[in-house]
Write a protein that binds this ligand. Structure first.
Ligand code: TRP
Length: 335
């Protein structure tokens, strides 16, 4: 039977503070996708365990991320937004897919290599099998489309390979997902080194604008943003990466084109331009901050959404897991 609507699945790890890079590159583009697709968004807290977490910070942060999703306009009554750890089918299918994923495939993952280098004292098995759990996330919901950044392409490729491998043995069990690159949101770069992607975990506090940053902090960080010495607001990623990044941010946030932005700041210095970018970003985040505060002050609404959506995710994903069990020949449960 053909599904009426395509299923779209995405998520972010539950650690680190979300940045305007996450907002512009992902979150903001997810809002309204539910008009066209059945959307599932996970807060991937099991994946976060591959790195040691402080329990209290971890719990608060995961909730903040969920709340920021909702505050940014993702409607939890129209999108299934849930914590990965609340839905046991993920870990269950994750194990099964471990048994269908080759060491050689996992060994090639650049994220594994990067993270092993960064956490040399804790290169655990979960870090290695991370992509199998991610494949489970996606395949449980029979997702057609997976919005991801360039850094996750390799993981999606493994997911597809594992799904095809499974299907070739057991018949059509899993939908083969594709990357979804919609209308491309700009890739936001570090303010301190505009040749690097803006990262949640940058050591330089001036490199990153966090969604929780207040107005003064935002403006101060933009004032310090690295540019160049030719004092001309012109888009040229190769020769003027810093200024181009600021133009990208400004145009996405204000909805103005790059050309109009160049015109607007013709003959003006970088000081004026940086201040304008800072103010535009602060203005845009202001309603988000208010909404987050409101949602955190009364827990009932978010609690209810967390509960309902975990139940929904469990219901949908259990269907796939039951089918997988049956195909594998696991003994049927007596109920
Ligand atoms: N690995 C993704 C990241 O680091 C997060 C993630 C986990 C994810 N499971 C997913 C993204 C499933 C999309 C679909 O950003």
């Amino acid at each position: 039977m053909e599904k009426e609507r395509k299923v779209l699945y995405s998520g972010m790890q539950a650690t680190g503070r979300l940045t305007i890079g996450n907002y512009i590159g992902a979150l903001k583009n997810w809002v309204n996708l539910n008009e066209e697709y059945d959307c599932f968004f996970g807060v991937m807290d099991l994946h976060s365990l591959t790195v040691r977490q402080n329990p209290k910070e971890f719990r608060d942060n995961a909730r903040l991320i969920y709340t920021q999703y909702v505050a940014a306009g993702l409607d939890p009554k129209k999108n299934c937004i849930y914590f990965q750890s609340h839905v046991p089918t993920h870990a269950e299918l994750g194990w099964i897919l471990d048994c269908f994923t080759y060491m050689g495939e996992l060994n090639r993952m650049t994220q594994f290599k990067d993270k092993s280098a960064k956490h040399a004292d804790n290169i655990n098995a979960g870090l290695f099998t991370y992509p199998a759990l991610m494949a489970a996330d996606i395949l449980l919901y029979q997702a057609d489309l997976v919005p991801i950044g360039a850094d996750q392409k390799q993981h999606l490729e493994i997911c597809r390979d594992v799904a095809m491998r499974f299907n070739s043995i057991y018949g059509d069990v899993f939908t083969i997902p594709e990357g979804f690159f919609g209308k491309v949101g700009a890739r936001i770069m570090s303010l301190a080194d505009p040749t690097k992607k803006m990262s949640k975990s940058d050591e330089n506090v001036n490199a990153t604008i966090y969604l929780v940053d207040d107005r003064d902090t935002i403006i101060r960080k933009f004032k310090k943003a690295v540019t160049d010495s030719d004092a001309c607001v012109r888009y040229d990623v190769e020769n003027k990466p810093g200024v181009s990044n600021l133009i990208d941010i400004y145009s996405v946030i204000t909805g103005k084109s790059k050309e109009d932005t160049e015109k607007e700041f013709e003959g003006k210095g970088y000081g004026d331009f940086k201040l304008a970018v800072g103010e535009a970003v602060a203005d845009a985040l202001d309603p988000l901050h208010k909404k987050v505060d409101e949602l955190l002050s009364d827990r009932t609404y978010i609690d209810e959404c967390i509960k309902e959506n975990a139940e929904k995710a469990y219901y949908v994903s259990s269907k796939t897991l039951r089918k997988v069990h049956k195909k594998l020949g696991l003994t049927e449960r007596i109920r």
